[in-house]
Ligand binder design. Sequence first.
Ligand SMILES: C=CC1=C(C)/C(=C/C2=NC(=C3\c4[nH]c(Cc5[nH]c(C=O)c(C)c5CC)c(C)c4C(=O)[C@@H]3C(=O)OC)/[C@@H](CCC(=O)O)[C@@H]2C)NC1=O
Length: 276
Amino acid sequence: NNEFGLTKFKEFPYLSAPHRNLMLDLVSTVENRLGSQLLPCSLPPDVQYYQNQSGSAHASLHTRSGNKPSHSQIDFILGSWIHCKLPTGGALNITSLSAFLNPLTDAPNFLIELIQSSPTSLILILDLPPRKDLVLCPDYLHTFYEETQLDMHKQILEKIPEVKPYTSSSLYIRSLVSPTAIMVCIETEASQPGRVEEIIKDHVDPIAKEVLGIWLDQCACGKREVGETERAILEKRDGLIKIKTIEVDIGSNFPRLFGPEVADRVLGAIRDVFTV
Ligand SMILES: C=CC1=C(C)/C(=C/C2=NC(=C3\c4[nH]c(Cc5[nH]c(C=O)c(C)c5CC)c(C)c4C(=O)[C@@H]3C(=O)OC)/[C@@H](CCC(=O)O)[C@@H]2C)NC1=O
């Protein structure tokens, strides 16, 4: 893999210290815990780091696939940051870490996204998206969402006055998340500079690490029996979600932010990783 690209990804530039430190800690926790099961990043250097013509948008993508399915139940890990200067003089920063499991297990995936569109507003998505229907499989709900007490973190976070529910404009996105999903918008007063960073450091950071720890222990490193028929259903469901989320999250944003040529190259590389 391209050293320059790797260095770029892990710098998480343009972010506040609490935001950068959180992303770095999450990425290193995942890579340390699952490292032996993960292949090195094999993205081309101009996908590991890319920018638009005018240089107003910079981004980095880092994906690592699991070893051959016989040894690992990890499909792949994806880390990304995007920084766009806005015409208003502000900046948009989107950082994400997602982990997808393969059909050797039916356990939930992991997703965190922090979308900062101004010094006083941040959208946080933190969830273990289910990979089975919770109505049809009540013990799945019990095992992964009740026993793990994931809802406690959601309730603690929502007690902070600046934290409000975030409702995605996409009904599809809303249908993907678990009942314990944290989808919030943190809106602070301009008269309180540094308040967003304080909330990230004191609340978002510990909760994100708790949820990742639960995912690593109960999902990535847990053992689940998946029969042949079930495996085929999982494969289909996982595939549909991966293709659709690319379309909803970045299908329209990327061409707008990076221009058609760069967007095609990066989206093509992402589709390759997503649909192996
Ligand atoms: C499984 C559960 C999922 C949930 C719950 C979920 C939520 C959301 N993501 C959004 C977005 C988003 N995410 C990323 C990271 C990224 N996504 C992919 C997907 O393949 C890749 C490969 C990468 C790394 C490159 C970028 C770049 C980006 C946007 O620009 C977009 C955004 O910030 O618009 C404001 C929002 C879109 C809908 C909305 O406006 O409400 C919404 C908050 N996205 C899920 O997948």
